[in-house]
Design a protein around this ligand. Sequence first.
Ligand code: GDP
Length: 323
Amino acid sequence: MKSALITGVTGQDGSYLAEFLLEKGYKVYGLRRRTSTPNYENVQAIKDQIEWISGDLTDLPSLIEAVRIADPDEVYNLAAQSYVAASWPQPILTGNITALSVTNMLEAVRIVKPTARFYQASSSEMFGKVLEVPQKETTPFYPRSPYGVAKVYGHWITVNYRESFDMFACSGILFNHESPRRGLEFVTRKITDGVARIKLGLQNELRLGNLDALRDWGFAGDYIKAMWLMLQQDTPEDFVISTEETHSVREFLEVAFSYVGLNYEDYVVLDPKFVRPAEVDLLIGDCTKAKEKLGWKQEVNFTQLVHMMVDEDIKRVQAEARY
Ligand code: GDP
């Protein structure tokens, strides 16, 4: 039986990945940060099937102990301060968690089990003010937020451990990927939650920032399969994962509101509070390499993704409203 250690297992990607690996017969270890108010919402259904290990990404001894306990074949480093907007008011925390902690995790693996295969969650935010359209593995980075800057560090330290210590370390450059489990502060989930509340008469406006930003949005449940595929190859390499389509926030609004028979223009209010100090205007990925080498392809398209998220939010908001 193979074993995997996942950091960030209670998040969107971690929960989908844990389900996927459990189905494949893996023993799944999840690193959890001690807190007085734990949140297991995303992993409710599989909570008892995960072997929980307490630890913190900023605390190397706890990571060394986690790798010792799990003795993993594969390590998926998904934990981070992952919200771009929060990285301006908390740039140091973002740097400590999203950048430097990748080295902690790599060190723990190098010290305890250097043969374990390592996946680093890199991000299309590294492309930022894009230097090429579409963006692929060889496109230079130009991050536009403390988050993007931190992810560039995480990316290069992963490459560096591969080249310095001959570790099987891969970096997956994933473009935005969403689902009903996406955090409520991200624009996609904020919109689908807003649509549900407006449709059910619980809210009458939705306050947003820049509607012209273009993103390459895929389904998280498809993207975690690419993470696993990267670690099953003969040689460790980095891959872009994307849908190769781009849509504006405005298009997301149109599809989400019209799905429930509403016009977004009647409800959306522009609020400067949600406009960022520096913006990533356009992301669109070229994932030819992943298609050819990993045999990966997306299953859920843009419209299906938006509809799935609206459906789930309507169900959840309805259930909450009953109590
Ligand atoms: P990101 O691509 O990782 O930053 O994902 P987000 O979902 O947080 O943001 C996607 C895009 O939506 C960015 O260009 C934001 O500026 C834009 N956006 C517009 N209004 C909002 C808002 O109210 N909240 C968020 N999170 N993003 C917004």
